[in-house]
Design a protein around this ligand. Structure first.
Ligand code: GLU
Length: 394
């Protein structure tokens, strides 16, 4: 007998598709994987050296629940330098990836039945994690003409006495939209007025193609107090498998998340934390080089999408995703339940290209592609998408 929670739980669509593709590739099939957001770079050698050195020094015992102190100190310096946010090491909690940080935050803040507002489209794991902890996801409709960014009015209309938190992903996964400072200030105003926490998922903040990126916690003391900043090393440093994320919060929340983590995992893997530490100390240029490559890819992908008839897209200002609007195609495509799922399945079966159905993000007329892969892969993938759409529209 399994728990009731599982009745409404759906497995991660991003992880599911990517695992399927890896299996197909293992079986010798030539599949282009534009599904998962996993950088095609490797962890910089200079960062790896810190992990190797820590093993040679036998740093393999239990360590502090919140994470190794040198890393937390270095994270504080990074937040100061790059995000204009002032934190002390006792306000930082390392966890096994950003997902784990989100779970820690939800466990620390919500009681069963509390509501968490998720602007649509949302990243696939938010609703499920909210449900796992017994809270209730409340989906907030946003507008395509606003780049699907939540506005003050939209947010105000969704808040109830049970609202505990809103999740703002900036830059957004899946759209790549980036909030301006003014847009964030408006959100902070509403949340401060109603005592609502902001979970600021800033995992893509280094991969941003517009000037003036603003971290929510930098807006004001009040903003900092109600914000749980989530960040990590997977996206900007290609450390997806090492699973190192962190939260920056007020002390009370950091302490609460530490208490929870102390029971669940003790602390994240120490070797991985030393690699993250090395990355912060030594790999600034590597990050810049990777971001320069993403920028080139992003420009190329916009060019390619502009040349495909019958699609639209959200202008990607950050992250490494394009969220493609297939509303016109949906009108011509025969499907039973979910357009984006059936479209993506057929695209994979017939054209050997894996994408993520918009349904996973709450918008069924869309698909998401990732350009965290080689130029050759995503250009070929988009050429095949153009062909597939042509055959549907004929
Ligand atoms: N966050 C990435 C994505 O959206 C990695 C997969 C996952 O954890 O969902 O593709």
């Amino acid at each position: 007998m399994l728990s009731k929670k599982l009745e409404s739980l759906t497995p991660s669509v991003t992880v599911g598709i990517s695992s399927k593709v890896k299996e197909m590739q293992k079986n010798g099939m030539d599949v282009i994987n534009l599904s998962i957001g996993e950088p095609d770079f490797t962890v910089p050698e200079k960062a790896k050296a810190y992990g190797i050195d820590s093993l040679n020094r036998d740093c393999t015992k239990y360590d502090l629940v919140a994470g190794i102190l040198p890393l937390r100190e270095e994270i504080c310096k990074k937040l100061e330098r790059e995000n204009n946010c002032h934190y002390t090491p006792d306000e930082i909690v390392l966890a096994s990836g950003a997902k784990d940080c989100i779970t820690n935050a939800l466990l620390a803040i919500t009681d069963p039945g509390d509501e968490v507002i998720l602007p649509k489209p949302y990243w696939v794991s938010y609703p499920e994690t909210v449900k796992i902890v017994g809270a209730v996801p409340v989906f907030l409709d946003t507008k395509a003409e606003n780049g699907f960014k939540a506005t003050k009015e939209e947010l105000e209309s969704a808040i109830t006495p049970k609202t505990k938190m809103i999740v703002i992903t900036n830059p957004s996964n899946p759209t790549g939209s980036v909030y301006t400072r003014e847009e964030l200030e408006a959100i902070v105003d509403v949340c401060a007025k109603h005592d609502v926490y902001i979970l600021a998922d800033e995992i893509y903040e280094r991969i941003c193609y517009v000037d003036g990126y603003t971290s929510i916690a930098s807006i004001s003391e009040k903003a900092k107090d109600i914000t749980i900043t989530v960040n990590g090393f997977a996206k900007s440093l290609a450390m997806t498998g090492l699973r190192v994320g962190y939260t920056a919060t007020n002390k009370e929340l950091a302490k609460a998340m530490g208490s929870i983590q102390g029971h669940i995992v003790s602390h994240p893997n120490v070797t991985a934390q030393y690699i993250a530490y090395g990355a912060l100390l030594e790999c600034e240029q590597d990050i810049k080089d990777m971001v320069a490559t993403y920028t080139k890819r992003r420009n190329l992908i916009i060019e390619k999408m502009d040349a495909i008839e019958n699609i639209g897209y959200v202008k990607p200002d950050g992250a490494f995703y394009a969220f493609i609007d297939l509303s016109k195609v949906a009108g011509k495509f025969e499907y039973k339940d979910s357009f984006s799922v059936e479209f993506s399945d057929k695209f994979l079966d017939e054209y050997k290209v894996a994408v993520v159905p918009g349904m996973g993000f709450g918008l069924d007329n869309y698909i998401r592609i990732s350009y965290a892969c080689s130029e050759g892969e995503f250009t070929e993938g988009l050429d095949r998408l153009a062909k597939f759409i042509d055959t549907i529209m004929k």
